[in-house]
Design a protein around this ligand. Sequence first.
Ligand code: UD1
Ligand code: MG
Length: 462
Amino acid sequence: MNQVPLHVIILAAGMGSRMRSSVPKVLHCLAAKTLLEHVVDASMALDPDCIHVVVGHGKEQVIAGMAEHSAKSRLKFIEQVEQLGTADAVKTAMPNVPENTNVLILTADVPLIKSSTLSDVVAQLRAHSLCLLTTEMDDPTGLGRIIRTSDGSLEGIVEERDATPGQRKITEINSGIMAARAARLSEWLPLIQSNNAQQEFYLTDIVGLANTLGDPITGISVADCNEVKGVNTRVQLAELERLWQRARAEQLMLQGVTFADPSRVDFRGTVTIGQDSYVDVNVVFEGDCDIGGIVSIGANSVIKNSSIGSGSIVHEHSVLDHTQLGNDVSVGPFARLRPGTKLGNGVRIGNFVETKNAVFADGAKANHLSYVGDASVGSNTNIGAGVITCNYDGANKFHTEIGENVFVGSDSQLVAPVTIGDGATIGAGSTITSDVKPRQLAISRARQRGIDEWQRPVKKKK
Ligand code: UD1
Ligand code: MG
């Protein structure tokens, strides 16, 4: 059977006034991704021909906010000049929807909807003109209630403001998500009127109309009502954020990752974590992270756009930003690895060490209080406590090249550009301004003097 092409319409023209924000509601973020992006991504999995986003309030901001996404997602923005209701919003988009297609209607403020649920809704159009997605909610306040006949078939939807006290007791609600055959939808929409409590054109009226016109319609109910929960306030946004985070943590736990507390970890991007890894409390993953197996990440660490090889340990309070760690690496506590840091296998970076654009070969170490920037460090080299690569003269940056098996004594400064040969030793407290040959000892500190019986100054009596 030939697949009927799919067009998606996402309603995003409303004000979202209950967010109390100068940013349009659909641009607020959940797990570091806008609400609208969540909905676009969920519908992308159904491979639609086009996604029409109906914009109105804050339309310039919404279009600009989606710029990166638009190119890859076949997004088309349509302006609804006046927000006359959900039916009017859909009507605005319909001239761009070809007749022999299926239409999936979504609202931009329902971010947890799953692609599989959307597929189930669209699949109903093989035998029906319209399919609604409904769910049971313990507290249906504010939502449209589903009216069914005594034999269980769909009769209509009544908005809370228009409902009788009896109808308000109904707990099956309209998610706002539905699918319809385009040709039928185009026929129903102009028949909708605005004689209701809000004087708006309600999309929900198509249920009654389709029934009157004898169209076969159906509804499917999603078991997990969280999937169709909407965001109207920042309180609801926070609630959905936690649900999303919990679900992600659970997926990873089922793949073999242990969390000290799955409710105290945050994923703000895409992360993969290998089996038998352990994540302590308050760890934040941002951007694209790829964490190997048997990795341990200490409390309060932030891992951004980084990869960590298997068997590595990131001790607590460490920050990794655009870094690549090999296997069996040890970092922190309190380490800051900045962009361009690449650590080979078995490298050790200890407390209060900052690295930037620094490549450490296998087995190299900087265990305490160092700054290593714009540098390469050879294998098995040891950088002592308090060593600084002086990479910046106030205008330009320079490179420091440190060979293999080098020993850099504590509290030394390596003034770049400078090269330290393999096997060289730098005496503690040296300021190195010129290249050091392989296996040389370089020492530049002043000689120690001893003055016997030294009398320390004493305070004068007043
Ligand atoms: C709507 C449904 C209700 C359902 C609920 C689920 C209607 C009449 N009611 O109510 O049955 O339970 O969603 O969340 O459809 N929008 C536009 N243009 C407009 C009006 C709205 O684009 O002129 C957009 C809004 O930005 C929003 C969506 O449509 O994304 C829903 O509109 P909203 O006013 O929030 O409807 P609800 O009262 O939530
Ligand atoms: Mg709403």
